[in-house]
Design a protein around this ligand. Structure first.
Ligand code: PMP
Length: 355
């Protein structure tokens, strides 16, 4: 049989595997880092009042009203904002626009599993930098020579964040290449570096409405950077598509941004449940990283992660198990409601006591 060229080219690509999306409504779903609470009430109002005739029209070219609302919320100008279908789309666009040098881009070896997928797809050379035994990132590993840097803050799935000193150090040692800080979980963390885009013309900060704003289903993400970088991203956006978001995504995102109080309240609830759940897991003997996200990364000293995953799954509680070296001893648990977390904690305790 002849070897097809296009098949040969695909050989290295390992597709991203998302968390299972079970159909059964009774499942407690703690496997995809979604928010357990609904989006802001104003989002429901937008949807309820929507005139369907409006949907005949194309959405705002370039998501103009959303860019304006984001600029206002973050104290920026609309020219500093790029919008896309979730931060995955935004990150892919940035990779496509900026990572085309012969030098490898650097990112941690334990991190968001989509980065290697885009590198393989876009033929971007990359080099991973090992995190230490406590999953900490050493900033010195990211000093040049490289073709770019991507660091999620906080990191996933380790849940560990870095502070301003780390980011400034990183930027000071990488003045000439693009530095992307993926802030998908930053609203649950300690430091967002959006303020630094004014000083560093090579910094791109990506964020999402999927986690802290409970809008994963609408697929809304954004990047903040200086206008020059935003313009390059606009230029390579899929098929030169001037409609980066659909109309409902634009309107629901704006509604969500307007309700700051609800945003703070839900983020606060998730963080309180997270800290309480982390304490409960530690009390059951688990090692738990200091989470600055809406999930926990936990390891039991004796019971294999896969066994805990299967046991809780049997009870209708889905958590995340990664079949990969090192992290296959760990579990990633999305923070649910207090009630959901109590059910998970009881199930895990039951398993421990049965052994
Ligand atoms: N970055 C990180 C670190 C993530 O974990 C995720 C969620 N899978 C994303 C980006 C993308 O999220 P979304 O496309 O929903 O904005």
């Amino acid at each position: 049989m002849s070897e097809k060229l296009w098949r040969k080219n695909l050989i290295n690509i390992e597709p991203y595997v998302a968390g299972e999306q079970p159909k059964n409504e009774n499942i407690i779903k703690l496997n995809a880092n979604e928010n357990p609470y609904p989006p802001a009430p104003a989002v429901a109002e937008v949807l309820a009042k929507k005139d369907i005739f409006d949907l005949k029209k194309y959405p705002s070219a370039d998501a103009v009203p959303l860019k304006a609302a984001l600029a206002e919320r973050y104290g920026l100008k609309a020219e500093n904002v790029f919008c896309g279908n979730g931060s995955d789309d935004v990150l892919a666009t940035a990779f496509r626009a900026f990572f085309n040098s012969d030098k490898p881009i650097f990112y941690p070896d334990i991190t968001y599993s989509f980065y290697p997928v885009w590198c393989e797809l876009l033929k971007i050379p990359y080099e991973t930098k090992p995190v230490d035994g406590d999953f900490l990132i050493n900033v010195k590993d990211y000093y040049p020579e490289n073709g770019g840097v991507v660091i999620p803050n906080p990191n996933a799935p380790t849940a560990i964040g870095v502070g301003k000193d780390f980011i400034v150090d990183l930027l000071e040692h990488n003045r000439d290449c693009i530095v992307i800080i993926d802030e998908a979980y930053v609203d649950f963390g300690r430091y967002s570096c959006v303020e630094l885009i004014e000083k560093y013309d090579n910094l791109i900060v990506t964020q999402t409405f999927s986690k802290s704003r409970s809008l994963a289903g609408m697929r809304i993400g954004m990047a903040f950077a200086q206008p020059e970088l935003i313009n390059y991203m606009q230029a390579v956006k899929d098929s030169y598509n001037s409609y980066p978001l659909d109309q409902l995504a634009i309107e629901t995102a704006i509604a969500s941004l307007k309700d700051e109080e609800y945003f703070r309240e839900t983020v606060g609830k998730v963080k309180a449940t997270r800290d309480r759940s982390a304490a409960a897991f530690r009390e059951m003997g688990f090692t738990v990283t200091d989470s600055e996200t809406n999930f926990l990364f936990v390891k039991h000293p004796t019971i294999p992660a896969e066994e805990i995953f299967s046991y809780t799954r049997e009870k209708g509680i889905f958590i995340r198990y990664f079949k990969k070296p090192v992290i296959d001893r760990w579990l990633r648990i999305t923070i649910g409601t207090d009630e959901e977390m109590d059910k998970l904690i009881s199930a895990v305790r039951e398993l421990i006591e049965s052994r």
